[in-house]
Design a binder for this molecule. Structure first.
Ligand code: ARG
Ligand code: ZN
Length: 874
């Protein structure tokens, strides 16, 4: 059942051109495919084509209709023995888009036809060698009823169109760039359009269109602006220009993922396009900007140069994640962006890498490729690219990328090809570095140091260790780019000169190449006892443990010039204190808040040189998950309790400061979605968050209620609502009702309303979630709804999910079993929390494993769910 990297063989046949004709009908769409095929190898072989849920009508070779004995049609394939070395193959199939609840292939969303072909959806449209190393040019003709589907789109340029007498019309599209089938797209529907244009550096005019459902025209401006900024940025930063005269984006309501980079016809989850001040939060604006950029950037990293096979997924995804992160860093605050990205990595990728589904960024085996669109392939993949950029320098990285495109334009290649281009362009040797592609697990690095006042030397000792992961018992040391600084008593950066180095090059920040199990770095001419600042800007995706004293951490929180490390010192310090509190609670004592932490926050608040967005991050506490992960046996309830005591402790200690911050923030200028304004709102709402936990203070509760009622934008309204959602009582119910009636007609905003209840800390959150399943706005068929309610509860409300009686587990398993029959991809995506049983106590382990077993015992279990559930159980 598993597909393996080592089994890769190049395709026996290639396709030079694909000519598709669609006659669109919701229940029976006719697909006529005409393929220009040529043999790729010397030995004679059968032609093998993939297919799934297709009704085969006719097979024709070079004009001759084949008899049924001349081909073999299985459930997932069509094979034709003795296929000529060159021929035109025509196949007619029928498909049923309206009953396609998997949302893979051709399906209907709000009555509009759309497609999702990555990774293996094209085979649900027609028989085809559905693998990315078969690249062809495409011509696509779409016929549909003109009234119901006035807009007809596919990849490339519109080259012809016409109207028929029977009320249908047609459009013919031509894509001159060879592409794999996963980049094919088709859209037909009644859609509104927002239009703009972009002139490339070399003078090409590009028409930009965003298609949305009628009524959403006023929510496209930010996505359009993001697209234009992305196009400009990619020219300036990487010299990459757009290559066609038209670029289309379509937003649909039912979509398994965020978005898809189909050549010149990106299809998006409407959640990742639509935004207005009244309907989207700052966080969502930022996400839209990042995803629009991500999909646009794929035009070069993914489409012009694509993947040889799906094991190479990180070739395009890691690289494109890195590119979109860099773009956002340039558009906004770079340090804050880095902090957010590391937060995400730690929240999603680290647990994945420490759990039963741990895999390298280039996996070696899969049962269902859809299960490998993971945080590891994407986010850790992005970190691996970032480390290369760090090792080679900005210019060196650019040279490598230039060579990569020079060598591989219009090819389907491997991760190794990418690294080779980086090496060859720089005369570098990345042999050891390549291990990041094949070794799974998060390296744990331990840093120790000593200072010799006599010799004026500072000795840093680094040890690395990577715990075994499934299938990889023995780990090797990785090449870790480890960026360090030494900070003197008054906060000044000390020069960093390694022993044995000559020259007077004075540098205060440098990246050590740490590539052994155990390595010692000695710095000389260190004139005073420093505090080291380590893994600055998170130069490598590792878990770092240090012997920092609380004094050191407090010092770094006040003095580190590296914003990331300054923030990380706060995270480390706060987690340490919380874990200490947990321990005393577990030993029957009380959790006492150490006010020293608040004192250091006060210093940060008083520092007017800090960017508000950054200060908001400094004030943000580590998540329940982050703290719990550092425990031998997870106890979410205890951590939740302690975290709220900790938060309340800070709130009480800094009441005056928070009130001041809040009131000052409220006076700020009128709403605008830009990064600076968003930063001010983030700070203001963080302050409000602290004020809201001060118990028995009606004045504080009133601030929250007032903000909810008076807010002129979604960020402030939602911030207040999520605080109220955690405070049982009349105000909570009133606010939820008001929000519901205000946004009843806006399905995307209703998702926020579902999620805020699913993630509430109130004790009966699960009961509420179950009730909401019957709400008229909820539907199991819509992935956004499932994620907002079921996914948010099990993935982002750990204390309720891990409830004593196991009802959270039961609920998730029931949901997955139900969704398995509707949309396996969505079902398997929300399964992960059940796989974390190893970290729980024996009672919880037993309950979680029983639920996994119950899922596995389900009849007609999809590959998607089977793979995740079975791997989670062993
Ligand atoms: N390539 C798309 C993106 O990054 C995601 C497509 C995911 N498809 C899937 N079957 N999981 O941007
Ligand atoms: Zn992508």
């Amino acid at each position: 059942k598993a597909t393996k990297l080592e089994d890769y063989v190049s395709p026996a046949f290639l396709v030079d051109h694909v000519d598709l004709t669609f006659f669109l009908k919701p229940e029976a769409t006719k697909v006529h495919s005409k393929l220009k095929i040529r043999q790729n190898s010397d030995c004679k072989q059968s032609l093998f084509l993939d297919g799934d849920a297709l009704r085969l009508d006719t097979v024709v070779i070079d004009g001759r209709v084949l008899g049924q004995d001349e081909y073999e049609c299985g459930e997932f394939s069509l094979s034709i023995p003795d296929f000529p070395s060159e021929a035109i193959l025509e196949i007619v199939t029928f498909i049923d888009p309206v009953h396609n609840t998997k949302l893979e292939g051709l399906y209907l969303s709000s009555g509009n036809f759309c497609t999702q072909c990555e990774a293996e959806g094209f085979r649900r449209i027609t028989y085809y060698p559905d693998r990315p190393d078969v690249m062809a040019t495409y011509t696509v003709t779409v016929h549909a009823d003109q009234d119901s589907y006035p807009v007809l789109l596919s990849n490339g340029n519109l080259i012809d169109q016409g109207v028929e007498e029977d009320g249908s019309h047609w459009a013919k599209w031509d894509d001159p760039f060879p592409k794999p089938s996963y980049l094919f797209a088709l859209v037909a529907g009644d859609l509104a359009c927002c239009e703009d244009s972009f002139k490339t550096r070399s003078g090409q005019d590009v028409t930009l269109k965003i298609f949305v459902e009628h009524g959403n025209e006023d929510k496209c401006a930010y996505a359009m602006d993001s697209l234009i900024r992305s196009m400009k940025w990619d020219e300036e930063r990487f010299g990459l220009e757009y290559d066609l005269d038209i670029f289309n984006i379509v937003a649909v309501s039912d979509f398994n993922m965020g978005a898809m980079e189909n050549k010149s016809l990106n299809i998006f989850n409407s959640k990742c396009i639509l935004a207005s001040p009244d309907t989207a939060t700052d966080f969502e604006f930022e996400r839209i900007e990042a995803i629009v950029a991500h999909e646009y950037f794929h035009n070069w990293t993914g489409n012009r140069v694509t993947c040889r096979d799906w094991f190479q997924l990180s070739l395009k995804e890691g690289l494109t994640v890195y590119r979109d992160q860099e773009f956002s860093a340039d558009m906004r605050s770079a340090p804050v962006k880095r902090i957010q990205d590391v937060r995400t990595l730690r929240a999603r990728q680290f647990p994945e890498d420490a759990g039963p589904l741990s895999h390298p960024i280039r996996p070696e085996s899969y049962i269902e490729i859809n299960n490998f669109y993971t945080s590891t392939v994407y986010e850790k993949g992005g970190e691996v690219i970032r480390m290369m950029a760090e090792l080679l320098g900005k210019d060196g990285f650019r040279k490598g990328l230039d060579l990569y495109f020079e060598r591989h334009d219009n090819q389907a290649v491997t991760c190794d090809d990418f690294v080779a281009a980086m090496e060859d362009a720089n005369g570098a040797n990345l042999k050891h570095f390549r291990l990041w592609y094949s070794q799974a697990g998060t390296p744990e690095v331990e840093a120790n140091w000593s200072y010799d006042a006599q010799e004026k030397t500072f000795t840093l000792t680094l040890d690395q260790f990577t715990a075994p992961t499934p299938g990889q018992d023995v780990k090797q040391p990785l090449l870790i780019p480890f960026t360090v600084g030494l900070i003197g008593q008054n906060g000044a950066a000390l020069p960093l000169k390694l022993e044995g180095e000559n020259g007077d090059k004075q540098t205060t920040k440098r990246t050590l190449q740490f590539d052994q199990d155990h390595q010692i770095f000695t710095f000389v001419d260190v004139n005073e006892l420093p505090v080291p600042s380590l893994n600055r800007n998170f130069s490598a995706p590792i878990k770092l443990s240090t012997k920092y004293t609380t004094g050191d951490l407090a010092f770094l929180m006040g003095h580190d010039k590296d914003a990331f490390s300054r923030w990380d010192a706060a995270q480390t310090y706060a987690s340490r204190l919380m874990l200490k509190m947990v321990k005393s609670v577990q030993e029957g004592g009380v959790a006492e808040f150490d006010s020293q932490y608040a004192d250091i926050l006060a210093i940060n608040i008083a520092d007017k040189s800090l960017d508000p967005a950054f200060l908001a991050q400094m004030l943000g506490l580590p998540s329940i998950d982050y703290v719990t992960e550092q425990m031998e046996v997870a106890d979410f309830a205890a951590v939740e309790k302690v975290r709220s005591v900790f938060k309340a402790g800070i709130a009480k200690a800094l009441y005056g400061q928070f009130k001041e911050l809040y009131l000052a923030g409220k006076e700020a200028a009128a709403y605008s979605p830009d990064s600076d304004s968003a930063g001010r709102r983030a700070l203001c709402n963080t302050a409000l968050g602290y004020l809201s936990v001060i118990e028995n203070d009606p004045a504080c509760l009133k601030l929250v209620v007032d903000q909810f009622e008076a807010a002129d934008n979604m960020t402030d309204r939602m911030a207040a609502l999520s605080l109220l959602a955690d405070i049982p009582g009349e105000e909570r119910e009133k606010a939820l009702k008001a929000f519901e009636s205000r946004y009843a007609d806006n399905t995307l905003v209703m998702d926020k309303w579902f999620a805020v209840q699913a993630t509430s800390t109130i004790s009966n959150a699960l009961e509420e979630v179950k009730k909401l399943l019957t709400h008229s706005a909820f539907s199991y068929k819509n992935p956004n709804k499932v994620r907002a309610l079921i996914g948010a509860f099990s993935g982002a409300n750990p204390a309720r999910f891990h409830a004593e009686g196991g009802e959270g587990y039961r609920f998730l398993a029931d949901s997955i079993i139900h969704l398995n029959g509707i949309n396996p991809q969505v079902a398997s995506k929300i399964l992960a929390p059940l796989g974390s049983w190893r970290r729980m106590n024996a009672t919880h382990q037993k309950m979680m494993k029983a639920e996994l077993q119950r899922i596995l015992d389900t009849e007609d279990l999809s590959n998607d769910v089977y793979e995740i559930a079975s791997k989670s159980l062993v």
